[in-house]
Design a protein around this ligand. Structure first.
Ligand SMILES: Cc1cc2nc3c(=O)[nH]c(=O)nc-3n(C[C@H](O)[C@H](O)[C@H](O)COP(=O)(O)OP(=O)(O)OC[C@H]3O[C@@H](n4cnc5c(N)ncnc54)[C@H](O)[C@@H]3O)c2cc1C
Ligand SMILES: Cc1cc2nc3c(=O)[nH]c(=O)nc-3n(C[C@H](O)[C@H](O)[C@H](O)COP(=O)(O)O)c2cc1C
Ligand code: SF4
Length: 225
């Protein structure tokens, strides 16, 4: 196995290493065999066990992106699992000077003693928040603020949430980005966050809404040099 096969990026198939398990089991009949590598869907894990490809399933980034993966699967809430995109952002930990592990889609990584997705401390000072821009940054801000107990309004210029992740998740092998984006959109819905579409937020809108705090998550425009 080469180094790039140890930590597969977006371009490798999900569960692509499960077949190693069945091969090893054929050769070592008494051995208990575990498989690992891009096993993101609990059904894929169940199938590997049921087919006898493995005796044990291991997840690494699977559980970084969603530490509640097993619990959500057990509870029949697998649609709520935030599936790792295999983007390798977490591997920046190994760069010189890096201190904290991070995950592109789970902001609690590295801060688990302070909060987790299902254990967000409530604020003692609830505010009226306006979050303008419904890309992943605005959606994540809205999700966390709502869980903290703030009053949240998310306003998006276009007719749908997602921002540039829609485009980013379009090319072949990039569907894990679309999947992550869909998780954010679904979570906004599950939390009942108030979303207004088709409004190009500017100063007039902010003045008339009179928020306690405004978060502008407008994304970026390509630089023209
Ligand atoms: C082609 C392409 C490929 C990419 N590939 C990857 C990749 O492989 N991996 C990766 O991690 N990232 C990738 N990215 C980057 C990733 O898509 C962005 O980092 C991410 O989408 C930024 O999210 P955001 O919420 O900050 O901004 P955006 O996604 O830009 O969202 C901003 C939102 O604000 C809205 N908005 C703007 N102005 C206003 C206003 N005045 N009022 C109300 N709403 C407003 C916009 O309509 C939009 O919905 C890619 C980007 C592109 C374009
Ligand atoms: C941050 C990080 C550190 C890892 N460190 C090791 C390690 O020290 N030794 C090892 O054998 N595998 C290590 N792995 C690899 C995982 O055990 C696993 O084989 C690999 O990430 C593929 O599984 P996944 O798609 O669920 O992440 C590491 C993975 C991550 C994400
Ligand atoms: S940063 Fe998060 S989403 Fe990206 S590969 Fe690591 S665990 Fe997966």
């Amino acid at each position: 196995m080469t180094k790039d096969q140890c930590f597969e990026a977006e371009f490798s198939p999900e569960g692509g290493r499960i077949f190693f398990g069945s091969e090893v089991k054929k050769l070592c009949k008494k051995a208990k065999v575990a498989v690992v590598g891009k096993i993101r869907d609990p059904q894929m894990a169940e199938d590997a066990l049921a087919n006898g490809d493995a005796d044990l399933i291991i997840g690494s980034r699977t559980h970084l992106a969603d530490p509640y993966w097993t619990l959500k699967a057990q509870m029949g809430r697998k649609d709520e699992i935030r599936k790792c995109m295999s983007c390798l952002e977490c591997f920046k930990l190994f760069r010189p000077g890096a201190h904290n592990m991070r995950c592109a889609i789970n902001p609690f990584v590295g801060y688990e003693l302070t909060a987790t997705e299902h254990n967000v401390p409530k604020t003692s000072n609830p505010k009226k928040l306006l979050i303008a821009g419904g890309g992943v940054a605005g959606m994540q801000a809205a999700i966390l603020a709502k869980k903290r107990g703030h009053s949240v309004k998310l306003v998006e210029k276009s007719e749908r949430l997602g921002g540039h992740m829609r485009l980013a998740g379009t090319p072949p092998y990039k569907d894990s980005l679309q999947r992550a984006m869909n998780w954010f959109i679904a979570e906004v819905g599950r939390l009942g966050i108030d979303v207004e579409y088709g409004v190009d937020v500017g100063l007039d809108y902010i003045r008339s809404y009179r928020p306690g705090v405004a978060i502008l998550s407008f994304g970026a425009e390509p630089a023209r040099l």
